[in-house]
Design a protein around this ligand. Structure first.
Ligand code: XIL
Length: 526
């Protein structure tokens, strides 16, 4: 089944009224009378008067591990939930949130967190929480709204201190630094009829979004698809010949499922040395059969739970006359490893869209694009079940030109395949440019405007060239600037950069950048 299916995003709630930034973080402790330590907290992460994003932290302050939990609450006014994540939610004021499959077990001292988005009409409430871990069910409120803590402090808004609710105020003058000229995206994904994705760290990685509630809020608010930046690659999922380790990836996929967000799988086969497990390097049996088993086992495991896969990543070397990179796979199985992988993936999960994914194919490097087309044409001629081409698009602020991108996208469109931008980032400094590097040492409003224009031009080119039914989606490679893999890139010499759609180091503050609005404007055709 290779049809363009109506993306999951259309099953998600319609956008709420325009999001105004200037987040106001209010936390109220779920304490009861006496000396109890709060064990359930209700936090308003974002409040724009007509809607809000909030989260609840459930801590196990008992001496025993628990294997499940439940929290109930009721709004006294008109607040209602429209979207939730990281819990099973039932009811409609009162609400009952139970743990999801993966966050029910809490050791003494551990905390789980779940979140939701809701509507309001002016007053955003902090309700009382009850539940087995909420201090015997007495709980919350009681005025002491420690406006405090945690999350998003983009709020320029003077003295965003904590009167309890009533944050329609937050609309006043809150827009973030010069960014919100033009379209403002309250839910980026809702502006597109195709997936809008983001790559995330998860599992044991630094800055796992599963341990950073603010990331979860931004992801749920703006994105309809996730790619694991690392943890669904070969060495993570298949560390030994007879051992597959799906636990971390399952946690990520479960979170996405609970949140109504899709998954783009990345990737069954990639030559990158750190990604090829040692046992595979030393494999002495039938290499192609072994690779088929690898693809089949992983695709079957996630069947029905991923929208699409990068079946093979970076197989091209345009300096080889064959166009094939002289990878372990090519050496041991010949060029057929590519088509075999698509057949195996298709058989194991016929519902998933299957992509070939590569970098530097978006037009600036003509030889590489030619190799891509040669290989894709060969796959099509052989009846290989390929649905599309993923363009990583780790581009520069000034390279390649949009007309080069246009040519590359068009060539894939002409072959009847989908075009997916799989790993977009736009650093503001180009180490390969003729001008001295770095060109920008700080992220000024001028630099932000330049970057916004570049993001907008890329997305506009995509919208212009790729017809709706051939749009596989657009994914940005990371959420916060501080997450970007480019910061560790040798050629960048440790120079700072700001390549993504949100500012922010690991522990906040974070804020939407002008670039996000650039993407929104292009999606809206503005
Ligand atoms: C990168 C990750 O972002 C890094 O964290 C990791 O150290 C190396 O891999 N092309 C790809 C991605 O297809 O898998 C790469 O991801 C970035 C380049």
């Amino acid at each position: 089944m290779k049809n363009f299916n109506i993306p999951k995003i259309l099953q998600r709630p319609t956008p709420l009224l325009r999001r105004l930034s200037g987040a106001l973080a209010l936390t109220i402790l779920g304490t009861s009378a006496g000396n109890a330590i709060a064990s359930c907290e209700y936090t308003i992460n974002n409040d724009w008067g007509s809607g809000f994003v909030a989260s609840v932290q459930v801590s196990n302050d008992t001496a025993q591990a628990v294997s499940s939990w439940q929290v109930q609450w009721q709004y006294s006014g008109d607040n209602r939930l429209v979207h939730h994540w990281s819990s099973e939610l039932s009811g409609n004021n009162p609400y009952v949130a139970s743990n999801a499959d993966w966050n029910g077990t809490l050791q003494p001292g551990q905390t789980a967190e779940f979140g939701f988005q809701g509507t309001a009409s002016g007053i955003v409430e902090i309700p009382q929480l009850t539940g087995s871990l909420c201090d015997g069910g007495s709980s919350s409120s009681g005025g002491s709204s420690s406006s405090s803590s945690s999350s998003s402090s983009s709020s320029s808004s003077s003295g965003s201190s904590g009167g309890t609710s009533s944050s329609s105020s937050s609309s006043s003058g809150s827009s973030s630094s010069g960014s919100s000229s033009g379209a403002s995206a309250e839910n980026l994904y809702s502006l597109a009829s195709f997936p809008i994705g983001v790559a995330v760290s998860a599992g044991n990685e630094n800055r796992s979004f599963l341990s950073l509630p603010e990331k979860q809020v931004s992801i749920a608010q703006h994105f309809s698809q996730l790619t694991a930046g690392n943890i669904m690659k070969m060495s993570y999922l298949h560390p030994q010949e007879n051992t597959y380790d799906f636990a971390n990836a399952d946690q990520l996929v479960d979170w996405a499922e609970t949140s109504g967000i899709g998954i783009h799988g990345h990737t069954f086969i990639w030559h990158s040395d750190y990604q090829v497990p040692n046992w595979m390097k030393n494999y002495s049996g039938d290499f192609q059969a072994m690779l088929n088993t690898h693809v089949t086992t992983i695709a079957e495991h996630f069947a029905g739970r991923v929208d699409s896969w990068d079946v093979v990543n970076e197989a091209i070397d345009e300096n080889q006359s064959s166009c094939y990179r002289n990878s372990l796979f090519y050496q041991r199985a010949g060029s057929d490893y590519l088509s075999e992988a698509f057949f195996a993936a298709d058989a194991a999960d016929p519902g998933a869209e299957l992509y070939y994914n590569d970098y530097d194919t978006e037009g600036g490097n003509g030889n590489k694009l030619n190799c891509l087309l040669q290989i894709v044409d060969g796959l099509l001629a052989d009846g290989v079940p390929i649905d599309g081409v993923g363009f990583q698009m780790h581009v520069q602020i000034d390279w390649p030109s949009t007309s080069q991108m246009r040519t590359a996208f068009q060539a894939i469109v002409d072959r009847g395949l989908k075009v997916k931008i799989t790993e977009l980032d736009v650093p503001v400094n180009n180490p390969y440019a003729s001008t001295p590097f770095p060109q920008h040492t700080s992220y000024t409003p001028e630099v932000a405007a330049l970057q916004k224009a570049r993001y907008k031009a890329i997305v506009a080119t995509y919208m212009d060239v790729v017809p709706p039914q051939q749009r596989g989606g657009i994914t940005v490679w990371g959420l916060w600037d501080g997450d970007s893999w480019l910061l560790d890139f040798n050629s960048r010499q440790g120079v700072d950069d700001w390549p993504l759609l949100f500012n922010g180091p690991a522990d906040g503050p974070y804020e939407e950048k002008a670039a996000l609005n650039g993407v929104a404007e292009a999606l809206l055709g503005q």
